[in-house]
Design a protein. Structure first.
Lengths: 124, 124, 124, 124
DNA sequence: GTGGTCTAGACCACC
DNA sequence: GTGGTCTAGACCACG
């Protein structure tokens, strides 16, 4: 469970935590059923207040990534591989959709966008 | 100069104004040297306070889109076509870069991303 | 952090605040990493509205003197001694450059200007 | 009577006009008794409104540089050489005084300031 | 009429 | 408690 916080980011701390944990769950870096460290430990580890960690945990639970068992800790939800894949696709589709819309408003064509995307990959 | 404000957007009002004006300048919808309406007129027009309009204007000036002349009004900067094209490319590259990075963190391959991009265009 | 506001000055309030804070940072009166008081406290302290204080803070941040962390406060940027010295020199050079240019336009020679400068120092 | 107006200057237009005319009178570029062109001509020449020219003229008259003779035009006041020299010195002293004060607040010594002044002259 | 600055409030997101 | 955003006024400098 490695998280990096940037105090100078435009994103709030709790969002940074949320996105990194969610990403690691979606990628399989953190497995189903695995136990997350207690909030206070994370907070101390990241050198941030407990509040943003708590908020991130709440949103992760709200979005079905984790489940809290009172008195026992928080655990990664038992999401099937198929469900993970679906969630990944949905999120990716939204990200790209937004980017494509913005680019089209700037007057870029499909070809141009695809060219830029490919240029971002080392071995195209 | 048509702007649409969404009070329910997650983006602050001044950002919405900024992005729409900047976009229209980049697309050539507003031409170099053209005079923008006075901030108070825009403010009344959009039914918002003067503050967010002024803040948008300030950022547009900071980013070189417009220049304001006290007592006379604000005017679109004399950006050459080449400069506009460069600015457009730079902004588009940044948008796509961010989106691609996020998608790669989710484990998507270049092919998959390109496929989604193409699917967002009517006649690909 | 002592600031003096003159309501009768030709300079706007936010500029007065900006210059005094920046000066104190450049002189080392306020140290790197130190936390500035909250803008509302400064505003109450100086008996001015929050607006000019906030504007001063914004410009201080724009110029790299401070960094603000939402929800935590604003802190003096970690500028090295060397950087501070460079900034000081740059600003001083600009001030003198302007003054010398104006004086030369009035027809003063180098000697005359130097003489006046020296006369401004108690024990030259 | 050559004046250059910068629309992007931080100084208002009427001040730019004032300073340039006053400077030329102080330097003897415009002689005592000489007639200034009519306001409308200057305004057309500089491509600015009549208002800032009028305001500059008012301040020049207020400060004793010119005198308006109704129906005949405006003329450079008959200032003796000694008076011109005194005015020049006074203005120069004030400019340098301000610059020196600002530099001292930045912690510069007399020597350092003099060194910078000298560096601004081609043949020191 | 134009922008520049300011006041005295308010509500919200974040820590 | 901290800064971020906004409202609805006001007065002033500038052209």
């Amino acid at each position: 469970m490695d998280i990096v916080i940037s105090q100078s980011s435009d994103k709030p701390i709790y969002t940074q935590i949320y996105e990194q944990i969610a990403g690691q769950i979606l990628c399989g870096q953190i497995s189903s059923g695995e136990r997350l460290p207690p909030i206070r430990a994370v907070s101390a580890n990241l050198q941030v207040s407990v509040i943003p960690v708590k908020k991130a945990w709440e949103q992760l639970e709200r979005d079905g990534y984790i489940t809290t068992q009172i008195g026992r800790g928080t655990f990664v939800s038992g999401l099937g591989k198929k469900m993970l894949q679906e969630k990944r696709s949905g999120i990716a589709a939204k990200i790209i959709e937004d980017a494509v819309r913005d680019c089209r408003e700037l007057g870029l064509s499909c070809k141009e966008i695809v060219a830029i995307v490919k240029s971002k990959f080392p071995q195209s």
